[in-house]
Write a protein that binds this ligand. Structure first.
Ligand code: NAD
Length: 289
């Protein structure tokens, strides 16, 4: 089995971005600028946002983190979004999800100016993505496409199963891989919690993309020998042997699958760093626009 080293690839691509942004600075231009709004202090969200800020530094981007307590009102948040929409110094921004229950997530996502929506969640960008028009691609599927391309993993004519139909991972991933494009042209099956004979769909697939949020859900007996495994899941499982009391595992049984599959992403160090890279690539695109 060959490991798909998302962390290593993301570092390399961040160095490439750094060279580009240093040139901008040498020429007297400002650097690309990404902002993030973080509401509350959910530990997982804190950690994702920290990674995004650190990655901006590595790529030579400016970053701004805007924090609000979990009690922030919806109207204050929408006001903040209005400010970011009209701030010409900021190329793109994200609102870290999930938001507290009293805030209408859809309303917030709709308020983001599509030309600054570097997460690619606004219906304008999602629709363009689905039609194959130029747009910001949702960061996680974007990062996965870049990994498949870098590792020369063929997708054309392959059977792909995407497990999980979320708006940010599973659904856009299934659309992108079925499109007529370089990393695409696959026959995609999107399975979810209501799918019957889930194991059959997985067993028939050359590429398995797991985005469910259930620790080690995909077991060796469910996959075809030689399959390519992309593990999107990030799950905390209790582990008293660790100082922090937990460890991170993906949606696939990594140890069990190593002797059966051809390529696999680890968790952590696989899709996660490439998701952040996707976000940086979108920010660079917004800057260049
Ligand atoms: P979600 O929680 O919004 O949705 C989960 C999906 O899994 C649903 O579509 C549901 O139908 C499906 N599902 C649930 N149980 C199932 C079952 N038993 N059989 C088949 N399908 C089932 O998902 P999400 O936001 O896409 O997140 C999925 C996982 O990926 C989570 O662990 C999340 O933390 C992780 N994630 C990682 C990254 C990254 O950068 N690596 C990015 C986003 C999400």
């Amino acid at each position: 089995m060959e490991l798909i080293d998302g962390r290593g690839l993301a570092l390399k691509l961040k160095e490439d971005l750094r060279k580009k942004t240093d040139k901008f600075a040498e020429a007297g231009r400002r650097r690309p600028h990404l902002a993030a709004i973080l509401v509350g202090n959910d530990p997982a969200s804190e950690s994702y946002v920290r990674n995004k800020v650190r990655s901006c530094e590595q790529a030579g981007f400016e970053s701004t983190l805007i924090r609000r307590p979990s009690e922030v009102s919806e109207s204050e948040l929408l006001g903040l979004i209005d400010e970011l929409n009209s701030n010409s110094e900021i190329d793109g921004y994200i609102v870290q999800l999930p938001l507290p229950m009293h805030i209408d997530e859809q309303k917030v996502l709709l308020a983001i100016k599509p030309s600054k929506d570097v997460d690619g969640f606004h219906p304008m960008n999602f629709g363009k993505m689905a039609l194959g028009m130029d747009s910001f691609l949702p960061a996680t599927p974007y990062g996965i496409l870049l990994m498949l391309e870098y590792y020369n993993i063929p997708t054309e004519g392959k059977e792909v199963v995407v497990i999980g139909r979320s708006n940010i991972v599973g659904t856009p991933m299934s659309i992108l891989l079925s499109r007529k494009q370089k990393v695409g042209n696959a026959t995609v099956t999107l399975v979810h919690s209501r799918t019957q004979n889930l194991a059959n769909h997985i067993k028939n697939s050359d590429i398995v993309i797991a985005a469910i949020g259930i620790p080690e859900f995909v077991k060796p007996d469910m996959v075809k020998k030689g399959a390519v495994i992309i593990d999107v899941g990030i799950n905390r499982v209790e582990d008293a042997s660790k100082k922090r009391g937990y460890r991170l595992v993906g949606d696939v049984d990594f140890e069990g699958l190593t002797s059966k599959v051809s390529f696999m992403t680890p968790v952590p160090g696989g899709v996660g760093p490439m998701t952040v890279l996707g976000l940086l690539m979108n920010t660079m695109k917004a800057y260049e626009m």
